[in-house]
Design a protein around this ligand. Structure first.
Ligand code: DX5
Ligand code: ZN
Length: 217
């Protein structure tokens, strides 16, 4: 079973983003994870649309996996699409209407992801698991910062995988984000996750290629 690795560039050298992205490409990273934080939905501010427009230009072989940690994602879907997103994931806890936001993303070229914070139960996403949903993101830290300690969400991942399988959505991607490394990746993969976001572990690795391999295997 091959897993998708999505590198969170929050941990990259932001002054040298182009060479950092080339390095990810050379080391078989599949997706670029682009964390957008508005200082309201989460207690941190990162980067947004103009930066994504540049990143998407230099990351031709990797998908742009945009994780919106913002209060009202519905307002900005078109702009993130135009800036080069391939998949847009928004939080179910945001104030935007979930059905309307899924619809708005589907009207672009992007795939749709819905994210759950650690305290949000698996059942919250069940009504939205259908042919329009590509991915569920199960946060394994409180969103807002890179480099935090992993929280075990195995039970939640299992419930979502079971529900999707039972309802004929075996292709549903389950992404995990926060504290993923060579050890914690084993835990989430055996629970049913298949898209691994990794920031500090990948960018701190002496040998990025073997770090990517360990996550994929
Ligand atoms: C946290 C972000 C993550 C973060 C992951 O709110 O969504 O994508 O950058 O970083 P690590 O892998 O260092 O936990
Ligand atoms: Zn993220």
């Amino acid at each position: 079973m091959i897993n998708i690795v999505s590198a969170s560039i929050l941990s990259a050298d932001l002054l040298n983003l182009e060479s950092e992205i080339k390095k990810l490409e050379e080391n078989n990273v599949d997706w670029i994870h682009f964390d957008v934080m508005d200082g309201v939905f989460v207690p941190n501010i990162s980067y947004g649309i103009p930066v994504l427009a540049q990143v998407s230009k230099v990351s031709k072989c990797m998908e742009c996996d945009v994780h919106l940690m913002i209060t009202d994602p519905l307002k900005y879907i078109r702009q993130f699409d135009e800036a080069g997103a391939d998949i847009i994931t928004f939080h179910i806890e945001s104030i935007s209407d979930t059905v309307e936001t899924v619809k708005a993303i589907r009207q672009t070229k992007c795939n749709v992801g819905i994210a759950l914070k650690p305290d949000t139960p698996a059942e919250a996403v069940f009504p939205y698991i259908n042919e329009h949903l590509t991915m569920v993101l199960v946060m394994t830290v409180e969103p807002g910062f890179g480099g935090q300690a992993f929280m075990d969400m195995s039970e939640k991942i299992r419930k979502i995988r079971r529900y999707a399988d039972e309802h004929g959505f075996c292709d549903l991607l389950i992404q995990v984000d926060g504290g993923i490394d060579e050890y914690t990746s084993g835990i989430v993969k055996s629970a049913g996750a298949n898209v691994l976001v990794s920031g500090s572990y990948l960018f701190k690795a002496d040998d990025m290629s073997s770090a990517v391999e360990k996550l994929k295997r």
